[in-house]
Design a protein around this ligand. Sequence first.
Ligand code: B12
Length: 479
Amino acid sequence: MSRSVPSILLVNPWIVDFAAYDFWNKPVGLLSVGAALRDAGCEIRLLDCMDRYHPALAGEAAARPVRAVPTGDDGSGHFPKTILDKPQLLAAVPRRWGRYGLLLETVRSLIASEPAPDVVLVTSGMTYWYPGVQAVIACIRERHPGVPVLLGGIYATLCAEHARRLSGADRVIPGEGERTGLEAVAAITGLRIDSSRAADAEPFPAPAQDLYPVLRSASLITSRGCPFRCPFCASHLLTGGGFKTRSPECVVREIESLFREKGTVDFAFVDDALLFRKEEHFLPLLKLLAGKQLPLRLHAPNGMHPSWIDGETAVLMRKTGFRTIRLSMETVNPDRLREMGGKVTAESLKEAVRRFVEAGYRPAELGAYAIMGLPGQPIAETAETLAFVFSLGLRISLAAFSPIPGTVSWDEAVRTGLIAKDADPLVSNHAAFLALTRPAEYGRYVKLGTLAADGNGMLKSGIRPMEDRAFRKRLSEFT
Ligand code: B12
Protein backbone atom coordinates (compact mmCIF):
# COMPACT_ATOMS: atom_id res chain seq x y z
CA MET A 1 0.00 0.00 0.00
CA SER A 2 1.39 3.35 -1.03
CA ARG A 3 0.32 5.38 2.04
CA SER A 4 -1.80 4.92 5.15
CA VAL A 5 -4.87 6.74 3.79
CA PRO A 6 -5.53 5.87 0.13
CA SER A 7 -5.95 8.94 -2.01
CA ILE A 8 -8.61 8.64 -4.70
CA LEU A 9 -9.31 10.97 -7.60
CA LEU A 10 -12.92 10.88 -8.89
CA VAL A 11 -13.30 12.06 -12.48
CA ASN A 12 -16.41 13.11 -14.39
CA PRO A 13 -15.41 13.30 -18.08
CA TRP A 14 -16.48 15.77 -20.73
CA ILE A 15 -19.70 15.40 -22.67
CA VAL A 16 -18.93 15.14 -26.39
CA ASP A 17 -22.10 15.69 -28.39
CA PHE A 18 -24.08 17.99 -30.69
CA ALA A 19 -25.92 19.60 -27.79
CA ALA A 20 -25.82 19.51 -24.00
CA TYR A 21 -27.58 21.51 -21.35
CA ASP A 22 -27.09 21.45 -17.61
CA PHE A 23 -30.38 20.36 -16.07
CA TRP A 24 -28.95 20.64 -12.54
CA ASN A 25 -26.96 17.55 -13.26
CA LYS A 26 -24.22 16.13 -11.09
CA PRO A 27 -22.47 12.73 -11.48
CA VAL A 28 -24.38 11.29 -8.54
CA GLY A 29 -23.34 7.69 -9.23
CA LEU A 30 -19.63 8.49 -9.11
CA LEU A 31 -20.18 10.66 -6.03
CA SER A 32 -22.04 7.84 -4.26
CA VAL A 33 -19.09 5.55 -4.91
CA GLY A 34 -16.90 8.38 -3.60
CA ALA A 35 -19.04 8.64 -0.44
CA ALA A 36 -18.65 4.89 0.15
CA LEU A 37 -14.87 5.18 -0.24
CA ARG A 38 -14.70 8.16 2.09
CA ASP A 39 -16.77 6.29 4.63
CA ALA A 40 -14.27 3.42 4.38
CA GLY A 41 -11.41 5.79 5.23
CA CYS A 42 -10.14 7.02 1.85
CA GLU A 43 -9.29 10.60 1.03
CA ILE A 44 -11.32 11.64 -2.04
CA ARG A 45 -10.89 14.48 -4.52
CA LEU A 46 -13.04 15.42 -7.50
CA LEU A 47 -12.26 16.57 -11.01
CA ASP A 48 -15.55 17.38 -12.76
CA CYS A 49 -14.88 18.48 -16.35
CA MET A 50 -18.56 19.59 -16.51
CA ASP A 51 -18.56 21.89 -13.46
CA ARG A 52 -20.02 25.20 -14.70
CA TYR A 53 -18.91 26.90 -11.50
CA HIS A 54 -15.35 25.58 -11.37
CA PRO A 55 -13.00 28.32 -10.15
CA ALA A 56 -10.67 27.55 -13.09
CA LEU A 57 -13.34 28.75 -15.54
CA ALA A 58 -12.47 32.34 -14.66
CA GLY A 59 -9.03 31.80 -16.21
CA GLU A 60 -10.61 30.45 -19.40
CA ALA A 61 -12.66 33.53 -20.19
CA ALA A 62 -10.23 34.98 -22.72
CA ALA A 63 -10.01 31.71 -24.68
CA ARG A 64 -13.76 31.21 -24.79
CA PRO A 65 -16.17 32.48 -27.38
CA VAL A 66 -19.11 31.22 -25.26
CA ARG A 67 -19.12 32.00 -21.55
CA ALA A 68 -20.44 29.60 -18.93
CA VAL A 69 -23.36 31.61 -17.68
CA PRO A 70 -26.54 30.31 -16.14
CA THR A 71 -29.66 31.08 -18.12
CA GLY A 72 -32.63 32.06 -16.04
CA ASP A 73 -32.64 32.09 -12.28
CA ASP A 74 -33.11 28.40 -11.60
CA GLY A 75 -29.52 27.14 -11.66
CA SER A 76 -29.82 25.34 -15.01
CA GLY A 77 -27.82 26.59 -17.97
CA HIS A 78 -25.63 26.11 -21.01
CA PHE A 79 -22.31 24.34 -20.77
CA PRO A 80 -19.41 26.06 -22.50
CA LYS A 81 -18.63 24.32 -25.82
CA THR A 82 -15.42 23.77 -27.76
CA ILE A 83 -16.20 22.97 -31.39
CA LEU A 84 -14.46 19.82 -32.68
CA ASP A 85 -14.30 18.08 -36.04
CA LYS A 86 -17.15 15.60 -36.37
CA PRO A 87 -16.18 11.92 -36.34
CA GLN A 88 -16.49 10.43 -39.82
CA LEU A 89 -19.43 8.25 -38.69
CA LEU A 90 -21.45 11.39 -37.95
CA ALA A 91 -20.43 13.37 -41.02
CA ALA A 92 -23.97 13.27 -42.42
CA VAL A 93 -25.50 14.94 -39.35
CA PRO A 94 -25.97 18.61 -40.15
CA ARG A 95 -25.08 19.92 -36.68
CA ARG A 96 -21.97 21.16 -34.91
CA TRP A 97 -20.15 18.65 -32.78
CA GLY A 98 -18.13 19.60 -29.77
CA ARG A 99 -16.71 19.01 -26.34
CA TYR A 100 -18.65 20.56 -23.47
CA GLY A 101 -17.14 21.66 -20.18
CA LEU A 102 -13.71 22.87 -19.11
CA LEU A 103 -11.04 23.38 -21.77
CA LEU A 104 -8.66 20.50 -22.46
CA GLU A 105 -5.71 22.62 -21.27
CA THR A 106 -7.51 23.48 -18.02
CA VAL A 107 -8.11 19.81 -17.25
CA ARG A 108 -4.49 18.98 -18.06
CA SER A 109 -3.22 21.64 -15.69
CA LEU A 110 -5.69 20.67 -12.95
CA ILE A 111 -4.41 17.09 -13.14
CA ALA A 112 -0.81 18.34 -13.05
CA SER A 113 -1.38 20.69 -10.12
CA GLU A 114 -2.27 17.95 -7.62
CA PRO A 115 -0.12 15.12 -6.24
CA ALA A 116 -0.59 11.73 -7.90
CA PRO A 117 -3.53 9.81 -6.41
CA ASP A 118 -3.32 6.09 -5.60
CA VAL A 119 -6.29 5.24 -7.84
CA VAL A 120 -8.39 7.17 -10.34
CA LEU A 121 -12.11 6.39 -10.64
CA VAL A 122 -13.68 7.62 -13.87
CA THR A 123 -17.42 7.59 -14.52
CA SER A 124 -19.30 7.55 -17.82
CA GLY A 125 -22.70 8.90 -18.88
CA MET A 126 -24.48 8.25 -22.17
CA THR A 127 -22.96 5.38 -24.16
CA TYR A 128 -22.26 7.70 -27.10
CA TRP A 129 -20.26 10.13 -24.94
CA TYR A 130 -17.36 7.65 -24.81
CA PRO A 131 -14.94 9.96 -26.70
CA GLY A 132 -14.98 12.23 -23.63
CA VAL A 133 -14.09 9.23 -21.46
CA GLN A 134 -11.19 8.28 -23.74
CA ALA A 135 -9.92 11.86 -23.79
CA VAL A 136 -9.92 12.33 -20.03
CA ILE A 137 -8.27 8.95 -19.42
CA ALA A 138 -5.57 9.92 -21.94
CA CYS A 139 -4.96 13.15 -19.97
CA ILE A 140 -4.61 11.17 -16.72
CA ARG A 141 -2.24 8.67 -18.36
CA GLU A 142 -0.08 11.50 -19.74
CA ARG A 143 0.58 12.86 -16.27
CA HIS A 144 0.33 9.76 -14.06
CA PRO A 145 1.24 6.79 -16.26
CA GLY A 146 1.56 4.34 -13.36
CA VAL A 147 -1.69 5.13 -11.53
CA PRO A 148 -4.48 2.54 -11.98
CA VAL A 149 -7.60 3.91 -13.69
CA LEU A 150 -10.95 2.24 -13.01
CA LEU A 151 -13.95 2.99 -15.21
CA GLY A 152 -17.63 2.56 -14.28
CA GLY A 153 -20.97 4.20 -15.11
CA ILE A 154 -23.61 3.91 -17.82
CA TYR A 155 -21.34 3.44 -20.86
CA ALA A 156 -19.12 1.05 -18.88
CA THR A 157 -22.20 -1.01 -17.95
CA LEU A 158 -24.07 -1.03 -21.27
CA CYS A 159 -21.02 -1.29 -23.55
CA ALA A 160 -18.55 -3.08 -21.26
CA GLU A 161 -16.68 -4.88 -24.06
CA HIS A 162 -16.30 -1.71 -26.10
CA ALA A 163 -15.04 0.11 -23.00
CA ARG A 164 -12.54 -2.67 -22.23
CA ARG A 165 -11.09 -2.45 -25.73
CA LEU A 166 -11.15 1.27 -26.28
CA SER A 167 -11.49 3.42 -23.16
CA GLY A 168 -7.87 3.15 -22.05
CA ALA A 169 -8.89 2.21 -18.47
CA ASP A 170 -7.05 -0.52 -16.59
CA ARG A 171 -10.31 -2.03 -15.43
CA VAL A 172 -13.93 -1.64 -16.44
CA ILE A 173 -16.41 -2.26 -13.63
CA PRO A 174 -20.03 -2.52 -14.81
CA GLY A 175 -23.08 -2.09 -12.58
CA GLU A 176 -23.61 -0.37 -9.26
CA GLY A 177 -20.24 0.59 -7.87
CA GLU A 178 -20.35 1.22 -4.13
CA ARG A 179 -19.27 -2.32 -3.23
CA THR A 180 -17.31 -3.33 -6.36
CA GLY A 181 -15.51 0.03 -6.51
CA LEU A 182 -14.52 -0.27 -2.87
CA GLU A 183 -13.29 -3.84 -3.37
CA ALA A 184 -11.23 -2.82 -6.40
CA VAL A 185 -9.65 0.07 -4.50
CA ALA A 186 -8.97 -2.21 -1.54
CA ALA A 187 -7.25 -4.75 -3.81
CA ILE A 188 -4.99 -2.02 -5.20
CA THR A 189 -4.22 -0.04 -2.06
CA GLY A 190 -4.51 -2.63 0.69
CA LEU A 191 -7.36 -0.68 2.31
CA ARG A 192 -9.07 -2.81 4.96
CA ILE A 193 -12.83 -2.95 4.50
CA ASP A 194 -14.77 -2.97 7.75
CA SER A 195 -17.86 -4.92 6.65
CA SER A 196 -19.70 -4.31 9.97
CA ARG A 197 -19.94 -0.57 9.17
CA ALA A 198 -22.46 -1.02 6.38
CA ALA A 199 -24.72 -3.34 8.42
CA ASP A 200 -27.57 -0.98 9.28
CA ALA A 201 -26.84 1.68 6.70
CA GLU A 202 -29.04 3.04 3.91
CA PRO A 203 -29.18 0.98 0.67
CA PHE A 204 -26.82 3.52 -0.93
CA PRO A 205 -25.13 6.64 0.42
CA ALA A 206 -25.79 10.32 -0.28
CA PRO A 207 -23.49 11.40 -3.14
CA ALA A 208 -20.49 13.43 -1.96
CA GLN A 209 -21.67 16.70 -3.56
CA ASP A 210 -19.96 18.62 -0.77
CA LEU A 211 -16.75 18.15 -2.83
CA TYR A 212 -17.79 21.02 -5.12
CA PRO A 213 -16.25 24.34 -4.12
CA VAL A 214 -19.43 26.04 -5.39
CA LEU A 215 -22.64 23.98 -5.48
CA ARG A 216 -25.10 26.23 -7.30
CA SER A 217 -27.46 23.29 -7.89
CA ALA A 218 -27.53 19.68 -6.73
CA SER A 219 -28.97 16.37 -7.93
CA LEU A 220 -30.91 14.16 -5.58
CA ILE A 221 -31.35 10.45 -6.02
CA THR A 222 -33.73 9.04 -3.45
CA SER A 223 -34.41 5.65 -5.06
CA ARG A 224 -32.92 3.33 -7.64
CA GLY A 225 -34.77 1.17 -10.10
CA CYS A 226 -38.09 1.25 -11.90
CA PRO A 227 -41.03 -1.18 -11.80
CA PHE A 228 -41.71 -0.75 -15.53
CA ARG A 229 -39.93 -2.43 -18.41
CA CYS A 230 -40.41 0.03 -21.26
CA PRO A 231 -38.86 -1.53 -24.37
CA PHE A 232 -36.64 1.48 -25.11
CA CYS A 233 -35.27 2.00 -21.58
CA ALA A 234 -32.12 0.57 -19.98
CA SER A 235 -32.90 1.43 -16.37
CA HIS A 236 -33.31 -2.20 -15.25
CA LEU A 237 -29.93 -3.09 -16.77
CA LEU A 238 -28.26 -0.34 -14.79
CA THR A 239 -29.85 -0.91 -11.44
CA GLY A 240 -30.01 -4.70 -11.38
CA GLY A 241 -33.80 -4.87 -11.72
CA GLY A 242 -34.85 -4.19 -8.12
CA PHE A 243 -36.25 -1.09 -6.46
CA LYS A 244 -34.71 0.44 -3.36
CA THR A 245 -35.19 3.69 -1.52
CA ARG A 246 -33.18 5.81 0.87
CA SER A 247 -35.06 6.83 3.98
CA PRO A 248 -36.91 10.17 3.80
CA GLU A 249 -34.99 11.34 6.89
CA CYS A 250 -31.66 10.71 5.21
CA VAL A 251 -32.66 12.59 2.02
CA VAL A 252 -34.00 15.56 3.97
CA ARG A 253 -30.80 15.65 6.05
CA GLU A 254 -28.82 15.75 2.80
CA ILE A 255 -30.92 18.63 1.43
CA GLU A 256 -30.72 20.61 4.64
CA SER A 257 -27.00 20.19 5.01
CA LEU A 258 -26.28 21.27 1.39
CA PHE A 259 -28.63 24.24 1.86
CA ARG A 260 -26.96 25.34 5.11
CA GLU A 261 -23.34 24.52 4.23
CA LYS A 262 -23.25 25.31 0.51
CA GLY A 263 -26.19 27.69 0.14
CA THR A 264 -27.73 25.40 -2.51
CA VAL A 265 -31.40 26.13 -3.25
CA ASP A 266 -31.92 24.34 -6.59
CA PHE A 267 -32.29 20.59 -6.25
CA ALA A 268 -33.22 18.18 -9.04
CA PHE A 269 -34.65 14.74 -8.36
CA VAL A 270 -33.19 12.30 -10.89
CA ASP A 271 -34.96 9.10 -9.75
CA ASP A 272 -36.25 6.79 -12.47
CA ALA A 273 -39.61 6.30 -10.72
CA LEU A 274 -39.90 9.05 -8.14
CA LEU A 275 -43.55 8.33 -7.36
CA PHE A 276 -43.40 4.53 -7.12
CA ARG A 277 -44.65 3.48 -3.66
CA LYS A 278 -45.04 7.14 -2.89
CA GLU A 279 -47.04 6.55 0.31
CA GLU A 280 -43.96 4.97 1.89
CA HIS A 281 -41.35 7.18 0.30
CA PHE A 282 -41.94 10.40 -1.63
CA LEU A 283 -44.92 11.71 0.36
CA PRO A 284 -43.28 11.23 3.80
CA LEU A 285 -40.17 12.87 2.34
CA LEU A 286 -42.18 15.89 1.15
CA LYS A 287 -44.00 16.17 4.49
CA LEU A 288 -40.71 16.20 6.37
CA LEU A 289 -39.30 18.76 3.96
CA ALA A 290 -42.39 20.98 4.19
CA GLY A 291 -41.88 21.09 7.97
CA LYS A 292 -38.40 22.56 7.45
CA GLN A 293 -39.80 25.56 5.52
CA LEU A 294 -36.63 26.00 3.47
CA PRO A 295 -36.76 28.47 0.53
CA LEU A 296 -35.94 25.80 -2.09
CA ARG A 297 -36.55 25.45 -5.81
CA LEU A 298 -37.13 21.80 -6.62
CA HIS A 299 -37.05 20.23 -10.05
CA ALA A 300 -38.25 16.93 -11.50
CA PRO A 301 -36.68 16.92 -15.00
CA ASN A 302 -37.25 13.19 -15.52
CA GLY A 303 -40.77 12.23 -16.61
CA MET A 304 -43.14 11.44 -13.74
CA HIS A 305 -46.02 9.03 -14.20
CA PRO A 306 -49.24 11.03 -14.52
CA SER A 307 -51.43 8.31 -13.01
CA TRP A 308 -49.51 8.54 -9.73
CA ILE A 309 -50.30 12.23 -9.26
CA ASP A 310 -53.15 12.68 -6.80
CA GLY A 311 -54.35 15.76 -4.94
CA GLU A 312 -52.09 15.22 -1.95
CA THR A 313 -48.97 14.76 -4.10
CA ALA A 314 -49.69 17.90 -6.13
CA VAL A 315 -50.36 20.01 -3.01
CA LEU A 316 -47.20 18.79 -1.26
CA MET A 317 -45.10 19.42 -4.39
CA ARG A 318 -46.44 22.96 -4.53
CA LYS A 319 -45.80 23.50 -0.83
CA THR A 320 -42.20 22.28 -0.93
CA GLY A 321 -41.27 24.47 -3.92
CA PHE A 322 -41.36 22.31 -7.06
CA ARG A 323 -40.73 24.55 -10.08
CA THR A 324 -39.93 22.05 -12.83
CA ILE A 325 -42.49 19.32 -13.33
CA ARG A 326 -42.33 17.04 -16.35
CA LEU A 327 -44.84 14.30 -16.96
CA SER A 328 -44.39 11.29 -19.25
CA MET A 329 -46.90 11.26 -22.09
CA GLU A 330 -44.83 9.44 -24.76
CA THR A 331 -47.62 9.38 -27.38
CA VAL A 332 -51.39 9.68 -27.78
CA ASN A 333 -51.55 6.52 -29.88
CA PRO A 334 -53.33 4.00 -27.58
CA ASP A 335 -51.95 0.93 -29.42
CA ARG A 336 -48.38 2.12 -29.05
CA LEU A 337 -49.00 3.04 -25.41
CA ARG A 338 -50.18 -0.50 -24.81
CA GLU A 339 -47.09 -1.91 -26.57
CA MET A 340 -44.94 0.21 -24.28
CA GLY A 341 -46.49 -1.25 -21.15
CA GLY A 342 -49.69 0.80 -20.84
CA LYS A 343 -48.46 2.94 -17.96
CA VAL A 344 -49.93 6.20 -19.24
CA THR A 345 -53.05 7.36 -21.09
CA ALA A 346 -54.21 10.70 -22.42
CA GLU A 347 -56.87 10.68 -19.68
CA SER A 348 -54.29 10.18 -16.93
CA LEU A 349 -52.32 13.17 -18.20
CA LYS A 350 -55.47 15.34 -18.18
CA GLU A 351 -56.27 14.21 -14.66
CA ALA A 352 -52.72 14.94 -13.41
CA VAL A 353 -52.89 18.44 -14.89
CA ARG A 354 -56.22 18.99 -13.14
CA ARG A 355 -54.62 18.04 -9.80
CA PHE A 356 -51.69 20.37 -10.33
CA VAL A 357 -53.98 23.25 -11.33
CA GLU A 358 -56.08 22.68 -8.20
CA ALA A 359 -52.83 22.84 -6.20
CA GLY A 360 -52.06 26.28 -7.67
CA TYR A 361 -49.93 25.64 -10.76
CA ARG A 362 -50.62 27.22 -14.14
CA PRO A 363 -50.62 24.56 -16.91
CA ALA A 364 -47.81 26.46 -18.67
CA GLU A 365 -45.58 25.79 -15.66
CA LEU A 366 -45.88 22.05 -16.35
CA GLY A 367 -44.29 20.03 -19.15
CA ALA A 368 -44.82 16.70 -20.86
CA TYR A 369 -42.42 14.39 -22.67
CA ALA A 370 -43.35 12.95 -26.06
CA ILE A 371 -41.27 10.46 -27.94
CA MET A 372 -40.52 10.72 -31.65
CA GLY A 373 -38.89 8.49 -34.21
CA LEU A 374 -39.69 5.09 -32.68
CA PRO A 375 -39.35 2.35 -35.31
CA GLY A 376 -42.61 2.38 -37.27
CA GLN A 377 -43.88 5.57 -35.62
CA PRO A 378 -45.01 8.16 -38.15
CA ILE A 379 -44.17 11.82 -37.62
CA ALA A 380 -47.93 12.59 -37.73
CA GLU A 381 -48.34 10.67 -34.47
CA THR A 382 -45.81 12.90 -32.71
CA ALA A 383 -47.54 15.97 -34.18
CA GLU A 384 -50.87 14.72 -32.76
CA THR A 385 -49.26 14.23 -29.38
CA LEU A 386 -47.87 17.74 -29.58
CA ALA A 387 -51.34 19.09 -30.40
CA PHE A 388 -52.82 17.22 -27.43
CA VAL A 389 -50.17 18.45 -24.99
CA PHE A 390 -50.52 22.05 -26.20
CA SER A 391 -54.32 21.81 -26.05
CA LEU A 392 -53.91 21.20 -22.30
CA GLY A 393 -51.73 24.30 -22.10
CA LEU A 394 -48.58 22.33 -21.15
CA ARG A 395 -45.09 22.77 -22.52
CA ILE A 396 -43.65 19.90 -24.52
CA SER A 397 -40.23 18.21 -24.59
CA LEU A 398 -39.68 16.02 -27.63
CA ALA A 399 -37.39 13.08 -26.91
CA ALA A 400 -35.89 11.50 -30.02
CA PHE A 401 -35.72 7.72 -29.92
CA SER A 402 -32.32 6.12 -30.08
CA PRO A 403 -31.67 2.44 -29.41
CA ILE A 404 -29.77 1.49 -26.25
CA PRO A 405 -27.74 -1.76 -26.21
CA GLY A 406 -29.41 -4.54 -24.24
CA THR A 407 -32.98 -3.24 -24.61
CA VAL A 408 -35.90 -4.77 -26.53
CA SER A 409 -35.89 -1.76 -28.87
CA TRP A 410 -32.21 -2.32 -29.64
CA ASP A 411 -32.90 -5.93 -30.67
CA GLU A 412 -35.80 -4.72 -32.78
CA ALA A 413 -33.65 -2.03 -34.41
CA VAL A 414 -30.98 -4.66 -35.22
CA ARG A 415 -33.61 -7.09 -36.55
CA THR A 416 -35.09 -4.46 -38.86
CA GLY A 417 -31.70 -3.29 -40.09
CA LEU A 418 -31.83 0.17 -38.48
CA ILE A 419 -28.56 -0.42 -36.66
CA ALA A 420 -25.77 -3.01 -36.91
CA LYS A 421 -25.41 -5.47 -34.04
CA ASP A 422 -21.84 -4.27 -33.42
CA ALA A 423 -22.48 -0.61 -34.28
CA ASP A 424 -20.25 2.05 -32.80
CA PRO A 425 -22.18 3.69 -29.92
CA LEU A 426 -21.70 7.05 -31.66
CA VAL A 427 -24.36 6.26 -34.26
CA SER A 428 -26.96 5.77 -31.53
CA ASN A 429 -26.59 9.38 -30.39
CA HIS A 430 -30.15 10.59 -29.89
CA ALA A 431 -29.47 13.74 -31.93
CA ALA A 432 -27.90 11.72 -34.77
CA PHE A 433 -30.02 8.61 -35.05
CA LEU A 434 -32.90 10.20 -36.98
CA ALA A 435 -30.53 12.03 -39.33
CA LEU A 436 -28.67 8.79 -40.05
CA THR A 437 -31.63 6.42 -40.33
CA ARG A 438 -34.33 8.67 -41.82
CA PRO A 439 -32.34 11.21 -43.85
CA ALA A 440 -35.25 11.98 -46.18
CA GLU A 441 -37.51 12.92 -43.27
CA TYR A 442 -34.91 14.55 -41.06
CA GLY A 443 -35.75 18.08 -42.22
CA ARG A 444 -39.37 17.57 -41.16
CA TYR A 445 -38.29 16.38 -37.71
CA VAL A 446 -36.20 19.51 -37.33
CA LYS A 447 -39.22 21.60 -38.37
CA LEU A 448 -41.41 19.83 -35.83
CA GLY A 449 -38.79 20.54 -33.17
CA THR A 450 -38.87 24.23 -34.08
CA LEU A 451 -42.66 24.20 -33.89
CA ALA A 452 -42.50 22.66 -30.43
CA ALA A 453 -40.01 25.32 -29.30
CA ASP A 454 -42.20 28.09 -30.74
CA GLY A 455 -45.28 26.70 -28.99
CA ASN A 456 -43.37 26.57 -25.70
CA GLY A 457 -42.33 30.19 -26.25
CA MET A 458 -45.96 31.21 -26.85
CA LEU A 459 -47.04 29.54 -23.62
CA LYS A 460 -44.35 31.46 -21.78
CA SER A 461 -45.89 34.70 -23.06
CA GLY A 462 -49.38 33.61 -22.06
CA ILE A 463 -50.62 32.49 -25.50
CA ARG A 464 -52.13 29.04 -26.00
CA PRO A 465 -50.62 27.68 -29.24
CA MET A 466 -53.72 25.67 -30.21
CA GLU A 467 -55.82 28.84 -30.05
CA ASP A 468 -53.51 30.53 -32.55
CA ARG A 469 -54.57 30.04 -36.15
CA ALA A 470 -51.10 30.47 -37.67
CA PHE A 471 -49.71 27.87 -35.26
CA ARG A 472 -52.48 25.40 -36.10
CA LYS A 473 -51.79 25.90 -39.79
CA ARG A 474 -48.09 25.10 -39.35
CA LEU A 475 -49.03 22.02 -37.32
CA SER A 476 -51.50 20.83 -39.96
CA GLU A 477 -48.57 20.27 -42.35
CA PHE A 478 -47.67 17.27 -40.22
CA THR A 479 -51.02 15.65 -39.61
C1 B12 B 1 -31.19 11.68 -14.69
C2 B12 B 1 -31.26 11.21 -16.13
C3 B12 B 1 -31.35 12.18 -17.11
C4 B12 B 1 -31.31 13.66 -16.81
C5 B12 B 1 -29.86 14.15 -16.83
C6 B12 B 1 -28.97 13.27 -17.68
C7 B12 B 1 -27.50 13.66 -17.89
N1 B12 B 1 -27.24 14.74 -18.56
O1 B12 B 1 -26.63 12.93 -17.44
C8 B12 B 1 -32.15 14.23 -17.98
C9 B12 B 1 -33.60 14.25 -17.60
C10 B12 B 1 -31.75 15.61 -18.45
C11 B12 B 1 -31.90 13.15 -19.03
C12 B12 B 1 -32.01 13.34 -20.36
C13 B12 B 1 -31.78 12.37 -21.31
N2 B12 B 1 -31.54 11.06 -21.08
CO1 B12 B 1 -31.34 10.32 -19.31
N3 B12 B 1 -31.28 9.41 -17.67
C14 B12 B 1 -31.23 9.83 -16.45
C15 B12 B 1 -31.29 8.62 -15.49
C16 B12 B 1 -32.74 8.45 -15.07
C17 B12 B 1 -30.47 8.64 -14.23
C18 B12 B 1 -28.95 8.82 -14.39
C19 B12 B 1 -28.38 8.79 -13.02
O2 B12 B 1 -28.08 9.82 -12.44
N4 B12 B 1 -28.33 7.58 -12.44
C20 B12 B 1 -28.06 7.37 -11.04
C21 B12 B 1 -26.67 6.92 -10.72
C22 B12 B 1 -26.66 6.50 -9.28
O3 B12 B 1 -26.29 5.84 -11.50
P1 B12 B 1 -24.92 5.78 -12.33
O4 B12 B 1 -24.47 7.10 -12.77
O5 B12 B 1 -25.10 4.73 -13.37
O6 B12 B 1 -23.84 5.27 -11.25
C23 B12 B 1 -23.80 3.99 -10.67
C24 B12 B 1 -23.02 2.96 -11.50
O7 B12 B 1 -23.02 3.22 -12.89
C25 B12 B 1 -21.67 2.95 -10.89
N5 B12 B 1 -20.65 3.91 -11.30
C26 B12 B 1 -20.76 5.14 -11.83
N6 B12 B 1 -19.54 5.67 -12.04
C27 B12 B 1 -18.63 4.78 -11.62
C28 B12 B 1 -17.24 4.81 -11.63
C29 B12 B 1 -16.54 3.68 -11.15
C30 B12 B 1 -15.06 3.67 -11.19
C31 B12 B 1 -17.25 2.56 -10.64
C32 B12 B 1 -16.52 1.39 -10.12
C33 B12 B 1 -18.65 2.54 -10.65
C34 B12 B 1 -19.31 3.64 -11.14
O8 B12 B 1 -21.93 3.16 -9.53
C35 B12 B 1 -22.99 4.12 -9.41
C36 B12 B 1 -23.73 3.86 -8.14
O9 B12 B 1 -24.14 2.54 -8.03
C37 B12 B 1 -30.82 7.47 -16.44
C38 B12 B 1 -31.38 6.10 -16.10
C39 B12 B 1 -30.56 5.42 -15.04
N7 B12 B 1 -31.21 4.66 -14.20
O10 B12 B 1 -29.35 5.54 -14.95
C40 B12 B 1 -31.28 7.97 -17.81
C41 B12 B 1 -30.44 7.65 -19.04
C42 B12 B 1 -28.97 7.86 -18.69
N8 B12 B 1 -30.85 8.66 -20.01
C43 B12 B 1 -30.92 8.21 -21.21
C44 B12 B 1 -31.36 8.96 -22.33
C45 B12 B 1 -31.60 8.20 -23.61
C46 B12 B 1 -31.59 10.34 -22.23
C47 B12 B 1 -31.97 11.27 -23.39
C48 B12 B 1 -31.06 11.12 -24.58
C49 B12 B 1 -33.45 11.06 -23.71
C50 B12 B 1 -33.87 11.73 -25.00
N9 B12 B 1 -34.08 10.93 -26.03
O11 B12 B 1 -34.02 12.91 -25.06
C51 B12 B 1 -31.87 12.68 -22.76
C52 B12 B 1 -30.72 13.55 -23.23
C53 B12 B 1 -29.51 13.54 -22.37
C54 B12 B 1 -28.49 14.63 -22.56
N10 B12 B 1 -28.04 14.96 -23.76
O12 B12 B 1 -28.05 15.17 -21.56
C55 B12 B 1 -30.50 6.75 -21.28
C56 B12 B 1 -29.05 6.51 -21.71
C57 B12 B 1 -28.89 6.21 -23.18
C58 B12 B 1 -27.52 5.88 -23.56
N11 B12 B 1 -27.38 5.54 -24.84
O13 B12 B 1 -26.57 5.87 -22.81
C59 B12 B 1 -30.76 6.31 -19.78
C60 B12 B 1 -29.92 5.14 -19.33
C61 B12 B 1 -32.27 6.01 -19.64
C62 B12 B 1 -32.78 5.03 -20.64
N12 B12 B 1 -33.65 5.47 -21.52
O14 B12 B 1 -32.44 3.88 -20.64
N13 B12 B 1 -31.56 11.98 -18.44
